[in-house]
Write a new protein. Structure first.
Lengths: 130, 130
């Protein structure tokens, strides 16, 4: 049981605690990437994507901006800079009665940023699969 | 004074009431496109973008999905299909004490969709400028 999903998510991001994903993700969580249409179903693949994101996006310039939270839904807007390119995005998070995340969707703007993240995430996912 | 900004926004989208943008937008509204980093400041340029969006995205398949609203912030997730390509996005809307929109940001996924919207919005904006 997680009493405050978003508070726990923030702790996890701050500490780059990829192992902590196990506890916060539901077994049947679905991940929606900013790049690809097809949803990625299940905890293993979602962990793979979020671990890559924790490493790729979460540098010293990473910060959350607006947070809009209502019921069991949150939208956390973030900003980071990679290779001099400003990346602005949202983590759209839904959780269940037990507080564990059931749906995680990421969107990114502008176009230049999504192209960069596409490239970097691809490289990171390849490395993690090995 | 607008008592329910999001309700008024929904009416406007449903009726494709581009003229109604005048009433709902603050003079100093800032628009953030899914494609370009630089914010677009002021009512005239914001009206131009939102009018183009009302025409490009708002076809028979357009519908809103999740809505996360808190205080004077709303995130409205939408979905539409254009030329067989699924477009999933968010309208991130902030308003002032008078209910008028002060900030409007759009993000779109996946990559294929943002490329299509980039192309279509460009054509529409060119047409509207003439």
């Amino acid at each position: 049981m997680i009493t405050d999903t978003i508070q726990e998510w923030h702790r996890l991001v701050k500490e780059k605690d990829a192992a902590g994903l196990d506890k916060i993700l539901s077994e049947n969580v679905v991940f929606h990437s900013p790049v690809v249409h097809t949803p990625q179903a299940g905890k293993p693949i979602t962990k793979l994507y979020l671990t890559a994101a924790l490493h790729v996006l979460n540098n010293d310039t990473f910060k959350y901006l607006r947070e809009v939270i209502s019921g069991q839904n949150a939208v956390l807007e973030f900003q980071t800079v990679i290779d001099g390119i400003s990346i602005n995005g949202v983590d759209m998070i839904t959780w269940g009665e037990d507080g564990r995340i059931t749906d995680f969707k990421v969107m990114i703007r502008p176009l230049k940023a999504i192209n960069l993240v596409h490239k970097m995430m691809g490289e990171m996912l390849e490395k993690n699969k090995k």
